[in-house]
Design a protein around this ligand. Structure first.
Ligand SMILES: Nc1nc2c(ncn2[C@@H]2O[C@H](COP(=O)(O)OP(=O)(O)OP(=O)(O)O)[C@@H](O)[C@H]2O)c(=O)[nH]1
Ligand SMILES: [Mg+2]
Length: 478
């Protein structure tokens, strides 16, 4: 017989944040959430499906309509063995209780209960009624304290009241919860009823291995982006008659430069889309001042991310010596390479990062034509910037709770800004790891496979793992 799937009904007052909790736990950002009360009007089952198999189910509900009447009935019938089931049986046909029956039906059939309360508000009589009513169902039950307006004054009162009636009481913020916090909450479900332990354990294991697989997919996406972007070239064959004058040559250079830069931007946005897919985000927004909202090739991004000048010089020398490629770092800032019509010299056609051109432009003579080629990227800073930015994007995708959706970050209860320094992840790596990456980038530029790819995979995976377990600051406010 197939194992029983744990099923939990999410209960609580209108606007307590029930749907937000379901959205975050099931990673479903399409569930209706709104600041107005009464958004959820019917109970809906949200299964978590991993590898085509449902591992746990959450039921989003509109909450009780007549809690006082139900409690009275429960108290009057306290000797019934299963109050939820008896109540449903007694009132199934009564239209007055249609909503409450819909709510209690899954509980009557054995679902556990998660009560969501807003711990920033004072406890009222109707809260006590619901707490007692849920206690009397005798189902496995957990209470989640959501501190919606960041008031700690009532939290300990809530803890006291809830811990008398629930098997477990936990604080959980459906807007800020990370993967690690979700797993901790699921793990705590094991304790609410020993009989559930094996099924919940299976669900938690499935979550963890799914997360591992998605992290691997993200690392592959990142490596593919790096290889594609660093070996990228754009060529255009132009008839000699079109470039007799300088203005004609400038036009071709401008066109090809734009095509090259747009190509890089598109590769980044394609990789971002894949990462959003890996982490199931349909709704997505970033603060306008975020480093993720700015142009990849802008000076701001170039300065905020990547290695420091000193680190870059160190890896440049190591990678250059190993591969026979001179990165010309001694003259950083005014190195323009051979055969190239570049940045400063031609009035800034090519993007410049850290004082160096992004790529070199070559013009080759052919019969009746000239072939203009730009690429691959020669700027030593760019690969680290590209890597940092896609890792940052990934950190955001991994840690952005689905219940937060596109929440208004300017709202009064916005989480206070952290004091984050604007620098990237690669800067924190060891010199050895930075050299490994630099050598891999060097091979990618030459379009060659590198035996360092697996080492780079490990380095990037370690960063992503640290980010998702909050061991590494994910700089989500960047
Ligand atoms: N800041 C913050 N806001 C939250 C949090 N959880 C929910 N909210 C907000 O609270 C409001 C209500 O959230 P819902 O999840 O729709 O609440 P609900 O209990 O399902 O509401 P009904 O379906 O109307 O009963 C929304 O504006 C949410 O964005 C949270 O953890 N932090
Ligand atoms: Mg709702």
């Amino acid at each position: 017989m197939a194992a029983k799937i744990p099923r939990l009904a999410i209960m609580g007052h209108p606007n307590a944040g029930k749907s937000s909790v379901v959205a975050t736990l099931t990673e479903n950002d399409c569930i209706a959430i709104d600041k107005r009360a009464g958004t959820t009007t019917a109970s809906d089952v949200y299964p978590v499906v991993i590898d085509g198999r449902t591992v746990i189910e959450f039921i989003d509900t509109p909450g009780f309509q007549n809690p006082n009447a139900i409690l009275e009935w429960f108290q009057a019938n306290e000797n019934e063995r299963d109050l939820a089931r008896s109540f449903v049986k007694a009132y199934k046909a009564d239209p007055l209780y249609a909503h409450d029956i819909a709510l209690l039906e899954p509980v009557a059939e054995g679902a556990g209960i998660i009560l969501v309360v807003d711990g920033s508000k004072r406890i009222k009589e109707k809260d006590r009624v619901e707490i007692e009513l849920l206690r009397l169902t005798a189902r496995p039950r957990m209470a989640i304290l959501n501190n919606l307006s960041k008031q700690n004054r009532y939290m300990s009162q809530w803890q006291d009241a809830l811990s008398k009636a629930f098997n477990s009481v936990r604080e959980f913020n459906a807007h800020r919860a990370t993967y690690a916090e979700r797993i901790r909450l699921l793990n705590a479900l094991k304790a609410i009823d020993q009989r559930w332990e094996p099924e919940v354990e299976r669900a938690v294991d499935a979550f963890a291995s799914d997360w591992e697989r998605r992290t691997d997919q993200a690392v592959s996406t990142i490596l593919d982006l790096l290889k594609e972007a660093l070996s990228y070239k754009v060529s255009e064959t132009v008839k000699n008659s079109k470039i007799v004058f300088q203005s004609g040559r400038d036009r071709v250079k401008a066109e090809i430069t734009e095509a090259f830069e747009d190509g890089l931007r598109k590769m980044e946005t394609d990789a971002q889309e894949q990462i959003r897919g890996h982490f199931r985000h349909n709704v997505w927004n970033v603060a306008p001042d975020s480093i993720l909202g700015q142009d990849l090739l802008s000076e701001e991004v170039g300065q905020a991310l990547g290695l420091s000048r000193r680190q870059l010089a160190m890896v440049g020398m190591a990678a250059g010596a190993a591969s026979g490629v001179t990165l010309d770092l001694a003259t950083a800032g005014h190195s323009l390479g051979t055969g190239a019509l570049l940045g400063a010299a031609t009035g800034g056609f090519l993007g410049v990062m850290g004082g160096k051109a992004l790529a070199k432009l070559n013009i080759e003579r052919a019969p009746n034509t000239h072939v203009f080629t730009i690429g691959p990227v020669s700027n030593p800073r760019f690969p680290f910037v590209l890597l940092d930015r896609i890792v940052l994007y990934c950190a955001r995708a991994m840690n952005w709770a689905h219940g937060r959706q596109a929440a208004d970050e300017e709202a009064a209860d916005k989480v206070p800004d952290q004091d984050v320094s604007k620098h990237g992840f690669t800067e924190e790596l060891s010199a050895q790891e930075q050299r490994t990456l630099a050598k891999f980038f060097g091979a990618a530029r030459r379009g060659k496979a590198s035996d360092l790819e697996e080492d780079c995979r490990d380095i990037i995976k370690r960063i992503l793992r640290g980010v998702s377990l909050s061991e590494i600051d994910s700089r989500s406010t960047l």
